[in-house]
Design a protein around this ligand. Sequence first.
Ligand code: KE4
Length: 435
Amino acid sequence: MAMEHAASRAAFDQARQYIPGGVNSPVRAFRAVGTDPVFIRKAQGTRLFDLDGNEYIDYICSWGPMILGHAHPALLEGAAEAMGRGLSFGLPTDLEVEMARRISTAYPAAQLVRMVNSGTEATMSAIRLARGFTGRDKIIKFEGCYHGHSDCLLVKAGSGALTCGVPTSPGVPADVVKHTVVCRYNDLESVKEAFAANPGQIAAVILEPVAANMGVIPGKPEFIAGLRQLCNETGTVLIFDEVITGFRLSYGGAAQVYGVQPDMVCFGKIIGGGMPVGAYGGRREIMECVAPTGPVYQAGTLSGNPLAMYIGLRQLDYLNTHPEVYAQLEQSGEKFAAGVRDLLQKHGLPYQLQQMGSLCTLFFADHPVESYEDAVSSDTEAFAVYFRTMLENGIMVAPSQFEAMFLSAAHTDADLEATFAAMDKAFAAVKAARG
Ligand code: KE4
């Protein structure tokens, strides 16, 4: 029986009267998938429940933070008492010291850590600090990588910028983006050319070591190692944006998986456990250039907020004391990938499932997807048919071809089987739509 969405539709009508597009982040509007968004009332474990009482198995997981599933007791335990001690002081607490210590212990490159309130703030601050530390203005980013919406990084960006068709956003002055050099992901030659064309001028190279904002495209090991070497040779700050991969691919992030430490790293999502948190860290000599120990300014009213630190620490605690979670996420990722590939074969569909750990993307493309060009040639219409059929069958995947699916430690084999059953119908619908 078709799902009822009357309450979500009413909420969306009301939302558009007060909020641009009715949403507080563009991808939530479901514009790329040709339907109206559902509004969520609550979530538990792997389940989302919308205003109409429809239930979904969730593969968005708040875009990464809910690695243990929604409303996990380990995160909520003691939260009321933590709130009772006060919500914000604007003065230091020992909770933020413990958070910085945890991150620094898990991630050797982060000798010093500064808390902020989002991934955008983390990368924006890291870029400013790299520029201040090196005295250079130019930065290198990669097509399809998304590092939040700060001006100098909204160039050929992924995620919602790509989904909405504005990878380079209006409103960003040419004078700002003239310092942003864009290279091709997984193409070391394009980076060497950029360095040769801008000798001694590149302050930083920033990338997602596993790109997850043009869909999931793992960085090739030789690409990541090559960037490390180029930055060593040129005195350029290598910044890993681990907002998604941090504490997900391993407790030490992608740096631990690849065996390459950056000079600076950005975090978000998982370290907040669902609360608004970001962080940036790096080598002591770099980080000591930020106020108050150095001249590069960065600040934040709610940075290190005690409640956000409490919840985030509860999640890091659990991940640190239950290392088996990472093996479980790997197994779930591989099981999911195998199941999807079996279904693609059954339906004779030429699509590509890219998976690394608990991150995966089903590309509606008939060729391997290793770059931005490969990703943007995907059939987004077919993806939209797939998304709508999955939604109506109780499965919530990301409402965009250019995002990741997130598995959590709460996803069970039964969840995967139910997902495959829905996917079987979704692939039949895609084939019917292709004619
Ligand atoms: P926030 O400012 O949204 O907390 O983080 C920005 C950011 C930075 N770096 C990476 C690698 C990211 O993936 C993000 C944000 N991720 C998207 C999902 N792909 C957020 C979802 C949204 O924009 O609504």
